[in-house]
Structure formats: C-alpha cells, structure tokens
Design a protein around this ligand. Structure first.
Ligand SMILES: CC(=O)N[C@H]1[C@@H](OP(=O)(O)OP(=O)(O)OC[C@H]2O[C@@H](n3ccc(=O)[nH]c3=O)[C@H](O)[C@@H]2O)O[C@H](CO)[C@@H](O)[C@@H]1O[C@H](C)C(=O)N[C@@H](C)C(=O)N[C@H](CCC(=O)O)C(=O)O
Ligand SMILES: Nc1ncnc2c1ncn2[C@@H]1O[C@H](COP(=O)(O)OP(=O)(O)OP(=O)(O)O)[C@@H](O)[C@H]1O
Ligand SMILES: N[C@H](CCC[C@H](N)C(=O)O)C(=O)O
Ligand SMILES: [Mg+2]
Length: 493
C-alpha cells in the first residue's frame, strides 16, 4: 500500500496549498474518529444518528492533524487543518484508489427484500465456474470466495466497502457480487462504487421501522438503478415492482427480465418439476432452450438462479459453460438446507428437517409453499420474530405460518433488547383467538418438541436464523445453531 503525501491529498481535494504540511504523509484513511492517529486522514461523512464532523475534537485529541469536511458547513477548528471540499466521500475514494488500487473490473449489485445473499452466492459460484476469480460482499462473508471473512453487516460502511473492493482486486479478484441493503442505499454507503450490473429480486414488507412506509422502502431500493455506472439492469418480472425499478434505468443501459414462468421474460422456465433434492426444468434463454437439473430446493431458488444467470449472460463468452454451472450450484448456507442425520444411528422414524432464513412474511410464505411442493407429508413450522425490528410484520408472519403450515410452533428469534414474551404477544395479538398453534419461548425446546412431534413423512421447517450461529439476547450473542438443535431433536426420534 502506498503512502499519501499532503500535497497529493490537496491535489485530490482540488484545493490549493492551505497549510505548511508539504512534507507530511499519511498511511491510512479513516471515517471513524476513534481510529485516528497522527498518520491518518479523517474524512467527515454524514450519518443517521450523528455525523463525522461532530467528532473533530476527538480526531484532534487522538493526534489527528487533518480532516476533509463538506464545504457547505463552513467549519473551522483550532487544531486541525480542515480541507473544505464539495464531497468528502469522492476525495476519499480517489485517495484510496491511489493508495490501495482500483476495484475489480466486474461488479454486480443485488437488491430486494429476499434473495440478495442467495443470488450473490450463486453469482460468485457461476462466475468462478466460467473463469473469473470471484469475491463476495454480503451476509455470508466478505472477500475472495475461497477466503471469506465474517461480515459485520449486509452492506458495509462506505470506506469498508471501497477498501474491500480495492483489496480484492489486489488479490487477483476480477468479479465481485455484493448485496445492496435498503439501509445502505438510503445512507449512501455505496457512493462511488462503480458497479455495471444492478439486480432486483423482489419487494415485500420488511424494515418499516426504518423506512416508515413501503413507498420510502421501494424508493430506497430504486436508487440502485439510477447509479451513473449501471450498464445492465436485471429484474424479476414476477414482482410488479420491477417496472417501478426499471423507470430510472437510463436509456443507454440494457434491461433484462427473468421469471419463473412468464414467457415475456428474457430468461424463464417451463416444465418445472420438484424432486426431493432439487428442481428440474427447461430453461428458455436468448439462444434457445436447455434442460436443467438444479440441485436447490424451492421455486424461489429457480428465480434466484435465473437472476445470477441473466446477470452473467452478456459478459460470458461460453454460454453452454455458464448454463452447465447451474447444475453444480451449492445451496446457500442456512437457505432451505436439509439437516443431515447421517451422524446419527440409522433405522429411526425421523422427519426431514430444513433450516431456512425466512424472516419476513413473504419469505415464510414462499419457503412453506416450496416445501409443500417438494413433499407429500405435513409441513411443520418453527419460527420467531426478531427483536428491535419492524413490529408490524410479527402478526403477519404468524398468520402466514398458520395459513401455509400444517402445524406452527411460535418461539423466539433474536430478541435483541426486547422482551421475548412481548415479541410473541405482538405476533399473537393480530390473529384469531380460534387459531391453533403452540407457543414455546425457548427456541431450543421449541425445535426439539416440533421435531419429536413429527412423523417420518413430515417436514419440519426451522425458519428465521438460517446460517446464524448465535442468538442475540440483550446485546449478548450466545452460541446458537438451528442445525445443532435440530440434530438434538432428531437424535430423540
Ligand atoms: C440505523 C443504521 O443503519 N445505522 C447505520 C449508520 O449509523 P449512524 O449514521 O448512526 O452512525 P454513527 O455511529 O452516528 O456515525 C456517523 C458517522 O460518524 C462517524 N463517527 C461515529 C462515532 C464516533 O465516535 N466517531 C465517528 O467518527 C462514523 O464513522 C460515521 O461516519 O451508519 C453506520 C456506518 O455506515 C452503520 O454501521 C449503521 O448501521 C447500524 C449499526 C445497523 O445496525 N444497521 C442495520 C439496521 C443495517 O444497516 N442493516 C442492513 C441489513 C438490512 C437487511 O437485512 O436488509 C445492513 O446493510 O447491514
Ligand atoms: N427470490 C426469493 N423470493 C422470495 N423469498 C426468497 C427468495 N430468495 C430467498 N427467499 C427467502 O428469503 C430468505 C432469505 O434469503 P437471502 O438470505 O438470500 O435474502 P437476503 O435478501 O439476503 O436477506 P437479508 O436482507 O436478511 O440479508 C431465504 O431463506 C428464503 O426463505
Ligand atoms: N438482516 C436482517 C436479518 C434478520 C435475521 C433474523 N434472524 C432476525 O434476527 O430478525 C435484519 O437485521 O433485520
Ligand atoms: Mg443477505
């Protein structure tokens, strides 16, 4: 990594010499005052609860010497040299590219209420299979596909996002798929990220605690399609909001639609059949038709796989290789994942147990519908609702579970700072008093009881936590893994 001289910083800021630091240089760039020392440059960015420029005294107290601030604020500081610019984030990116390097050439951004992580995971696998070195930024981790590090957020903050991309390019990565959460789009965390492809999966109720209304939520998602670098928009024709997203795609960009069944789409399927291990269909694509066996459960995973295929189509020279990558796809962790009982003694009447990350009403609906399509037995659903998140979705999740499952166990998800009993009351208040379901606040107990109550013909869906290996109670993350708990239940069958 290159150092940055003060003169270079001024040049990237397009300002003339304002101090006497010509011989200074810096080794790191920061947007968080707590990480500053004398060799760091502080960039003051806007936030939600506070802003970077609220922390200039902290920057100075830690030995910081220089801060890049928005010009319109007319700030001054007794200790720091302030560099006043139109857009600090833009200067930050120029400095970062100089110090670390440019981002990878091919970048795909995926937004939507459900399916972002799955689509990104399939995209990286398919890109890798067709010759790219691919990387990921999302819920499953960040970094090159074979060296994923734990992700702190779905979409990282602006500096981390750019640092990750530049670093990956230095590691030889030339394709990155990343998740664009509505929070990130609203907060400008993707500012300056030069992605060419923007993907939309679907829009349904979630995060109204943050966005307030579905309109505001949809508008936040739509921002992805008006980024100046977008050359290709990939949209799910099965969701009516696709047209709302397409409205802002600029004329020069190419728009591709995918659909589970709609013949008007550029990519769709016919003759869809569900087996116990996956889906089989005829894929219709711009160059004809191909039979495909997709080793993934769930009708919605057909859509997700098509999203990945459509996104890679225009820059894959070998289309046959790209299509054949579909049959090798590995299921995303904790997404419609069957719990293997191979480690247990054989010869028992055990139900099938599936762990899935459905934590919105729509995801619960599609996950339960999918399991019905893949089996003939009863479907039993264990789920809870996350604390400190949209309270309004709780009763809708319970009524969805009651409508689509044969048996329902209402339990806890991540209560976070809320009282788990109150979360359950929120869910129950919205449904008919005649509705029949079990309530067990302890998720461990609920999982074991649901599994031991099931027959070998049944499927138990454990929804909401997917790949998570913790349960957040009052801010403390306790080890918790739905698959481990399911195995304990299966061992008792
Ligand atoms: C509500 C929300 O989204 N808040 C996000 C927001 O926080 P904020 O603006 O309040 O940040 P802040 O702490 O006041 O900081 C503002 C600025 O001052 C700087 N600062 C702050 C403190 C300090 O001491 N010194 C300092 O310099 C910060 O570096 C930042 O530049 O900006 C931060 C930096 O980008 C985010 O980390 C933070 O996400 C919080 C932690 C969070 O939990 N967000 C969740 C809701 C979220 O974003 N979830 C989505 C996934 C949703 C989905 O599943 O679809 C995600 O993308 O992860
Ligand atoms: N295309 C889809 N349509 C509807 N539901 C889906 C779709 N893809 C996945 N799901 C459901 O949503 C759950 C979450 O999937 P995934 O993790 O891919 O979404 P996400 O958008 O990344 O979620 P998050 O915003 O929480 O990171 C899955 O476990 C499944 O139940
Ligand atoms: N990215 C989502 C994940 C929710 C996962 C679920 N297990 C829950 O805790 O509600 C969120 O932060 O809202
Ligand atoms: Mg995700």
């Amino acid at each position: 990594m290159e150092n940055l001289t003060h003169a270079q910083l001024l040049s990237f800021s397009a300002v003339k010499q304002v101090g006497s630091r010509t011989d200074c240089f810096y080794t790191h760039l920061e947007t968080d005052s707590r990480k500053i020392d004398a060799s760091g440059v502080f960039f003051a960015l806007p936030g939600v609860t506070s802003h970077g420029w609220d922390y200039l005294d902290k920057v100075a107290s830690l030995g910081g010497r220089v801060a890049v601030v928005p010009r319109h604020l007319n700030l001054s500081h007794p200790v720091l040299e302030l560099i006043h610019v139109e857009e600090p984030a833009s200067v930050l990116i120029k400095c970062l590219y100089y110090m670390v390097g440019l981002p990878p050439k091919h970048l795909v951004a995926v937004t939507g209420t459900n399916g972002k992580s799955s689509i990104c995971f399939y995209l990286t696998q398919m890109a890798q299979a067709t010759g790219f070195v691919s990387g990921l930024i999302g819920t499953f981790g960040v970094g090159p596909l074979d060296q994923l590090q734990e992700a702190k957020q779905t979409t990282p903050d602006l500096l981390s996002m750019h640092q990750l991309l530049s670093k990956m390019a230095g590691q030889g990565v030339d394709f990155v798929a990343f998740e664009a959460s509505s929070h990130a789009l609203d907060q400008g965390r993707l500012y300056g990220v030069p992605f060419q492809t923007a993907v939309f999966s679907n829009l349904s109720r979630d995060h109204l605690d943050y966005h307030g209304t579905m309109e505001a939520y949809a508008l936040a998602k739509r921002r992805l399609f008006s980024f100046p670098t977008v050359e290709q928009a990939v949209l799910c024709l099965d969701d009516p909001q696709a047209f709302f997203m397409a409205e802002v795609v600029r004329d020069k960009a190419n728009t591709l639609y995918y659909s589970e069944s709609n013949e008007k789409a550029d990519f769709y399927v016919t003759d869809l059949q569900f087996h116990s291990a996956g889906c089989e269909f005829t894929l219709c694509h711009p160059q004809g038709k191909t039979s495909v066996i997709l080793p993934l459960l769930g009708r919605f995973n057909v859509q997700n796989a098509l999203a990945a295929l459509a996104s890679l189509w225009s820059f894959s020279t070998n289309k046959a290789l790209l299509i054949s990558a579909l049959k090798e796809l590995k299921g995303a962790p904790g997404r419609m994942e069957k719990v293997s009982a191979e480690s247990l003694s054989s010869a028992s009447n055990r139900p099938t147990v599936v762990v899935d990350y459905a934590h919105t009403p729509d995801a619960l609906k599609v996950a339960l519908e999918a399991l019905k399509e893949h089996s003939s037995g009863r479907v039993i659903c264990v789920f809870g609702c996350g604390g400190d998140r949209d309270r309004g979705k709780r009763p809708i999740m319970l009524s969805t579970a009651l409508q689509y499952a044969d048996d329902v166990w209402l339990t806890s998800d991540n209560p976070r700072t809320e009282d788990p009993e109150r979360i359950i009351r929120d869910a129950v208040e919205g449904v008919s008093e005649h509705a029949f379901f079990q309530v067990e606040v302890d998720r461990r107990v609920a999982i074991v009881r649901a599994i031991t109550s099931a027959s070998d013909q049944d499927i138990v869906l454990i929804a909401g936590k997917g790949h998570e290996t913790y349960q957040d109670i009052q801010g403390v993350k306790h080890h918790f893994d739905d698959k481990e708990e399911a195995l304990r239940g299966l061992a008792l069958c």
